[in-house]
Design a binder for this molecule. Structure first.
Ligand code: 13P
Ligand code: ZN
Length: 277
């Protein structure tokens, strides 16, 4: 038994670099004001970090999921707990995250360990959306393993303005305000209409956005979800978009309706940086 515990502990130490990155980015999310109270959550597929033997020693709590995810059978995830605060993750990410493994038929998971040692630890209430996105990433053999959700202030404000309720209009505005937005996000973001948080309906609307080829989904009146190969990459996408949203709102509050880059100037960026059309 002692050997098994040691094995589990050493397996979990493989998470240290990821936890260090979560700690750093959580601090930024808090400082930016995108993480009031328990706002936001993240998950990372960590299957490849562990050997089969390391995972079977877990023996933790089994929980059934409401829906089934056959393509995620046996896959493992590091996930933030529901009710946890990014400002606390910034101090000790391990204490507010858990590792779970989807069971062999993909209709539940086993909690292998939660850093807090809290038996009441449960994954984020947005776990349905995270699971659907990971399912899509796996089905499409995507390189991204990170799903990051936060409440970026200025992007949320844009979703309240009727003029930006259309995907083309909001992307055009975001690209036009600063050239690096088009370079960083040549496809822009995808809009998901308001849906009750934590629901399967929200999960489906979100995955639909990623299926269309976007890397960021903007939930109307709520926040953003981004995918990335690292937590930093997912953060950078939202940070770039939110900077653009802030520039738009600052121009408008200065009484100026910004026109910014025109179609020719955007096309020039596509050509210069070899961006997808
Ligand atoms: P959790 O605390 O359950 O992760 O919920 C936060 C959130 O932002 C819901 O959308
Ligand atoms: Zn949220």
């Amino acid at each position: 038994m002692g050997d098994q515990v040691n094995e589990l502990l050493s397996a979990f130490s493989k998470l240290s670099p990821l936890l260090a990155e979560i700690t750093e980015i959580s601090g930024y999310l808090w400082e930016k004001g995108w993480a009031e109270r328990n706002a936001g959550n993240l998950s990372i597929e960590v299957t490849d970090l562990f050997t089969e033997r390391e995972l079977v020693v877990g023996g933790g709590v089994r929980v059934a999921t409401e829906y089934t995810y056959p393509d995620l059978a046996g896959r493992s995830f590091l996930v933030t707990g529901t009710g946890r605060r990014y400002r606390d993750l910034a101090k000790n990410a391990a204490a507010h995250t858990g590792v779970l493994r989807m069971d062999a038929d993909g209709c539940g998971y086993e909690l292998l360990g939660a850093g807090s040692g809290d038996p009441a630890f449960r994954p984020t209430s947005e776990f349905p959306a995270h699971l659907r996105i990971h399912e899509f990433l796996r089905q499409s053999r995507a390189r991204q393993t990170v799903v990051l959700h936060t409440h970026p202030t200025e992007l949320i404000v844009l979703t309240h303005l009727p003029r930006y309720r259309n995907g083309d209009a909001i992307n055009r505005a975001l690209w036009s305000i600063h050239p690096e937005v088009k370079v960083t996000l040549p496809r822009g973001l995808g809009l998901a209409p308001y849906t009750v948080p934590g629901t399967e309906a929200l999960a489906e609307r979100t995955v639909e956005v990623f299926r269309q080829g976007f890397s960021v989904a903007l939930w109307q009146w709520h926040g953003c979800v981004a995918i990335g190969e690292t937590v930093g990459e997912a953060f950078d996408l939202i940070d770039t978009l939110n900077k653009a949203a802030r520039l738009i709102l600052l121009c408008r509050s200065a009484g100026h309706k910004p026109t910014g880059l025109n179609e020719t100037q955007l096309a020039e960026l596509v050509q210069t940086f070899h961006l997808p059309e």
